[in-house]
Design a protein around this ligand. Structure first.
Ligand SMILES: C[S@@+](CC[C@H](N)C(=O)[O-])C[C@H]1O[C@@H](n2cnc3c(N)ncnc32)[C@H](O)[C@@H]1O
Length: 338
């Protein structure tokens, strides 16, 4: 099996943006397809890409027309990579591929099942410890197989998961935007809690406000538009019909969370968050959704990463991610340095 570098998985339809983003970070893609691109340079750069959902590092290639041939090659790769490694506990084992390729899901499932049968015969104890669970965020050692086509799969023992993840909906959530903030909590490693305060700029119809209020946080929801569904009349949500750009928390008030999901020029939103929200320490942490609109997202990412970025000082743990539930937008999360 050859070693063609790393595979980066992204949201389908955003491969070109991923390739362009990584080019700006100094690496050219060696290939791409629906929901993935391959690169030969260091994985570290790839892990930092906003459009990356996951990185399969040093991925070998299995190829063949038949299920058994593919399964056998994956097995050989796995066995060769063990090199005396003792597997004592559950290990992540995942077989996947782009959902958009019709019928590929069945092939993936067949190869996965054939692989498990083969592994059971060779290493029964290790096979029993294989698990479908994998971390939401961070690196893991296991077996990660990504199908680029019916006759080709990339196989890796090390993967990094960048956070994007499908979230469960809630019947009372007034918008599908609700799913984005639910997903963003995983990037920060925490979520609003009872007794905390949230300012939600561009709140209507109230998905993000509802998400915080259902956890017991008190929310000021700023938007001239109406709240709906579970946000309408919620006792923990104070709706202020106002312009986000003129809103201020009042003397000495600090919100635990700032949310901003404004349909506005992303540069204008960034300026608002940087000054006064971050520079004035009006909030402790933030979740900001930036809509690309007519703005080139790759140039916008460059601005965010530059030393002259409005976030260059005053923030820690800054992360920009194209979430599973994001469309033509990405989400910035971070903490304000106290
Ligand atoms: C995508 S929606 C927000 C959805 C919301 N996060 C949710 O979960 O339901 C964008 C909102 O931004 C609001 N908006 C745009 N510009 C604004 C401004 N300058 N001040 C306040 N709200 C604004 C719009 O009225 C709109 O309701």
């Amino acid at each position: 099996m050859s070693n063609p570098g790393s595979i980066v998985v992204c949201q389908s339809g955003f491969e070109d943006l991923l390739v362009r983003e990584v080019r700006e970070l100094g690496q050219e893609a060696s290939g791409s397809g629906p929901g993935w691109a391959s690169f030969e340079g260091p994985a570290e750069v790839l892990r930092s890409a906003a459009f990356a959902h996951g990185v399969l590092e040093s991925a070998g290639k299995a190829s063949g027309d038949r299920v058994n041939v593919l399964a056998q090659q994956v097995l050989e790769y796995f066995l060769a990579s063990l090199q005396g490694e003792r597997i004592e506990g559950p290990w992540p084992c995942s077989f996947s591929g782009p959902h958009e390729v019709t019928g590929l899901g069945r092939r993936v499932a067949s190869v996965e099942s054939a692989f498990h049968e083969l592994l059971k015969k060779r290493l029964g104890r290790v096979a029993k410890l294989a698990s479908g669970a994998r971390p939401r965020l961070g690196s893991a050692r296991g077996l990660f197989v990504w199908f680029t086509d019916f006759g080709e799969a990339r196989v890796s023992r090390s993967a990094t998961f960048c956070g994007p993840c499908r979230m469960a909906d809630d019947d009372l959530a007034p918008s599908r935007s609700y799913l984005k903030v639910e997903e963003a909590y995983g990037l920060l490693g925490r979520e609003p809690a009872a007794g905390e305060t949230v300012c939600d700029l561009g709140a209507a119809p109230g998905g993000w406000s509802y998400s915080a209020a259902k956890r017991g946080a008190r929310v000021v929801a700023v938007d001239n538009g109406p709240l709906k569904g579970g946000a309408l009349g919620h006792p923990l949500i104070d709706h202020r019909e106002a312009d986000a750009f003129g809103f201020s928390p009042g003397k000495d008030a600090v919100y635990d969370w700032l949310f901003a999901d404004l349909v506005e020029d992303p540069h204008k939103v960034l300026q608002l968050i940087a000054r006064p929200w971050v520079s004035g320490r009006w909030c402790r942490r933030f979740v900001i959704n930036l809509k690309f609109g007519r703005v080139d997202p790759v140039a916008l990412l460059g601005d965010l990463r530059s030393s002259g970025s409005p976030f260059a000082s005053g923030c820690q743990g800054l992360r920009t991610t194209h979430l599973f539930h994001d469309r033509e937008e990405f989400t910035v999360t971070g903490e304000v340095v106290p």
